[in-house]
Design a protein around this ligand. Structure first.
Ligand code: TYM
Length: 331
């Protein structure tokens, strides 16, 4: 059976980008593969969250995963820091990763551009920790959004390098995976780039957003004066609205707006109103479940404990084996 791993940083509530890039993709695999899903709390330390906030965010993200349909009976749902074996593997992999390749990673470059005052070594070695998360379970598939593609390429490089150095076939070469289709990049509402929690107010629709909040954000989404002739190519901001619609609306609705764009009768106000309604229909059952699950501390504690045990059992095996390969052996 194939092994699948994915994770999300607890740096805010889950949004539609997280859902369609990673969670939904993972949900489709949980019946047929050996699946691990974790809350990447170690990764979130690069930005020094307040300890109380960190703990609350971990709980919240966990409740949100569960509300989306992650089934802790069939998948292993755990907190990254409950599997400290990950950090030992991170150390081993750090010995094989080159400073130059880490400095060239697109996400590192972007992070130092955005936060020039906090260029810590944890940021530089972020992809190594991520590789450790994946390789600790010797996973082959990693359901993530398009923004993580380069990290997966680096993970494969570290895996191959380890195997080559020690003359073993120990780590597989995992791939960024989307169930049956290409990797997803969910756009934000501000007309440029991807949906993200750090991209500015109003750019992301969160799974906990109430109806009126969704409406307000969607109605403010960037559009333009409309097409000036039939069958034009859509400007980026308009294509983004269509992309969001393709995630939550029916085929008939999408076709209706495609046709009205092509014959220049489209009214973006109507389109956004429809999009907000369809988003709300999609989000509201998840939102209600988030409220129920996040209030049930006992249930969350039970899930976390069971997940830690299961993750630990598998992680321990990998680390014992890796230690032996490296030459850390008892005598
Ligand atoms: P993070 O927390 O930034 O995002 C979590 C997941 O959501 C996806 N995602 C998106 N997908 C499509 N469109 C978007 N607009 C969008 N925004 C976010 C991300 O691709 C990701 O799958 N480094 C990771 C967390 C991580 C991890 C791992 C993932 C740590 N270790 C091991 C997989 C395997 C991150 O920062 O994701």
């Amino acid at each position: 059976m194939e092994t699948v791993v994915s994770g999300i940083r607890p740096t805010g509530n889950l949004h539609l980008g997280n859902y369609f890039g990673a969670v939904n993709n993972f949900l489709k695999m949980q019946q047929d593969a050996n699946c691990y899903f974790f809350v990447a709390d170690y990764h979130s330390l690069t930005t020094h969250p307040h300890p109380d906030n960190l703990n609350a965010s971990v709980k919240q993200v966990l409740a949100e995963y569960l509300a989306c349909g992650l089934d802790p009976e069939i998948s292993t749902l755990y907190i990254q820091s409950d599997l400290p074996e990950t950090t030992e593997l991170y150390l081993f992999l750090n010995m094989l990763s080159y400073v130059g390749e880490l400095e060239r990673s697109a996400s590192f470059k972007e992070k130092i551009r955005k936060n020039p005052d906090n260029v810590n070594a944890g940021l530089l070695t972020y992809p190594v920790l991520m590789a450790a998360d994946i390789l600790i379970h010797r996973a082959t598939k990693v359901p993530v959004g398009k923004d993580q593609e380069q990290h997966l390429e680096m993970t494969r490089n570290f895996a191959v390098r380890f195997n080559h150095l020690y003359g073993v076939e120990f780590f597989p070469e995992p791939v960024a995976y989307n169930f049956g289709v290409q990797l997803v990049k969910v756009p934000g509402l501000d007309g440029s780039g991807k949906m993200g929690k750090s991209e500015g107010e109003g750019n992301a629709i969160f799974l906990i957003d109430e109806d009126d909040v969704i409406k307000k954000k969607v109605m403010r989404a960037v559009t333009d004066v409309g097409p000036t002739g039939p069958n034009q190519q859509k400007p980026d901001a308009i294509e983004n609205i269509f992309s969001l619609m393709r995630l939550v609306s029916s085929n008939d609705t999408i076709q209706h707006f495609e046709d009205s764009f092509n014959n220049c009768t489209i009214r973006y106000g109507d389109m956004k109103k429809q999009l907000a309604e369809d988003m709300n229909v999609f989000i509201s059952p998840i939102r209600e479940k988030i409220k129920l699950i996040s209030a049930d501390e006992k249930y969350l504690a039970k899930v976390v404990k069971a997940g830690a045990d299961k993750a630990h059992e598998n992680g321990r095996k990998t680390i014992n084996e890796a230690r032996k390969i490296i030459g850390i052996r008892s005598f």
